[in-house]
Design a protein around this ligand. Structure first.
Ligand SMILES: Cc1ncc(COP(=O)(O)O)c(C=O)c1O
Length: 352
């Protein structure tokens, strides 16, 4: 087969646009050949538990699934009864970008709260944590946060610990959408357990795809009392991979050494480099703190249109002419510098 795309062509649209890290592809090849018991009773999935426990503690148990939306839906359904609800930021992926899957597929009521930076605080949680015992109100049961957030910000261990303490005091559980947990941990230079297990998070959706896997995410239960029936729910929600060994092998390659950290550090470093490079260009306003691998900026609409023809990226908020540039594990200094030069060039001929 001949390649149908230009393997040198990069984008700043999403870390999902990137291909597969060569060490991950190698792991898939290593896991190939012969027969293994299907549906997760294979030696790679068995070994995976120990790999996740090294990062998240002895009580952690991981259930590989196909994608991040599913990890969230399975996690949240396992944490709630039918009459219970999930508090989240208005900007949370579960609220804005999952096609309604938590509601439609999971039957989960979301109670969202506007935030300035994508982060919940104990005070913001309390805007929705009320009505306990009122039969007319879906009963708040889970607080769901994302780290890093959809707005490129990062919760510190102390912020998560404070949220978890507050939630638990109020009888609420905490779910963390860790689609980019690797980026958050690398940005703060802390182990991933500092942002999860040690801070009091109950259940984690752990992201692999954005950090170099071909595909695969995992529901990781950190508090065994917080979730029920994942073995069954994973099948009910069509997430039980028959050839699970290939998902598990990818996670082993990502997590048993420092591949996760190398990939996350690079993506974050490229985000910082891009923000610095475009921050000085007159007329370009970087709109949010660049704490992980995403850069948000406002620039004139005609420039956005021309730049999008040169390099793919998304407009985040059309009303504000705000765009999102997302770096990936394979974004290079040369990619960033070339794009920043393109921004400068297009701004030079911007309509005033
Ligand atoms: C914060 C967050 N959570 C979850 C996901 C998972 O999405 P998917 O179902 O596309 O794997 C994404 C993907 O963009 C995300 O950004």
């Amino acid at each position: 087969m001949i390649p149908r795309h230009d393997p040198q062509l990069k984008a700043l649209a999403s870390d999902n646009y990137a291909g597969v890290h060569p060490e991950i592809l190698q792991a898939i090849a290593t896991a190939n050949g012969g027969h293994q018991t299907a549906y997760g009773d294979d030696v790679y999935t068995e070994a995976l538990q120990e790999v996740f426990q090294r990062h998240f503690g002895e009580q952690a148990h991981a259930w590989p699934v196909f994608n991040g939306t599913a990890a969230n839906v399975v996690s949240l359904r396992a944490m709630t009864a039918q009459w219970e609800a999930v508090i989240c930021a208005e900007s949370a992926h579960i609220n804005t970008d999952e096609g309604g899957a938590p509601e439609v597929v999971g039957g989960i009521k979301l109670l969202s709260v506007p935030t300035p930076d994508g982060k919940l605080t104990p005070e913001l949680v309390d805007r929705q944590a009320w009505g306990f015992g009122d039969v007319h109100r879906a009963q708040p049961r889970v607080v769901s946060i994302s780290n890093s957030t959809e707005l490129g910000t990062v919760y510190t261990p102390a912020e998560i610990a404070a949220l978890c303490a507050h939630a638990h005091e109020r009888g609420l559980l905490v779910h963390l959408d860790g689609s980019r947990l690797t980026n958050a941990a690398a940005a703060l230079d802390v182990p991933m357990r500092a942002l999860t297990t040690d801070a009091g998070v109950d259940v984690l959706s752990f992201g692999g795809t954005k950090i170099g896997l071909l595909y695969g995410e995992a529901v990781v239960v950190l508090n065994p009392d917080a979730a029920r029936g994942i073995d069954y729910l994973r099948k009910t929600f069509m997430q039980l991979s028959s050839k699970m060994r290939f998902v598990s092998a990818q996670f082993e390659a990502l997590l048993s050494g420092d591949l996760w950290l190398r990939n996350a550090r690079r993506a974050n470093a490229m985000g910082r480099r891009l923000a610095e490079a475009v921050g000085d260009i007159p007329g370009v306003e970087v709109t949010r703190p660049v704490e992980a691998n995403a850069v948000f900026a406002v620039l004139p609409p005609d420039v956005i249109g021309r730049l999008q023809k040169r390099m793919r990226f998304y407009t985040w908020d059309e009303a504000r002419n705000e765009v999102r540039w997302m770096c990936a594990f394979d974004t290079t200094e040369a990619d960033v510098d070339a794009f920043a030069a393109a921004v400068a060039e297009e701004m030079g001929s911007a309509r005033s």
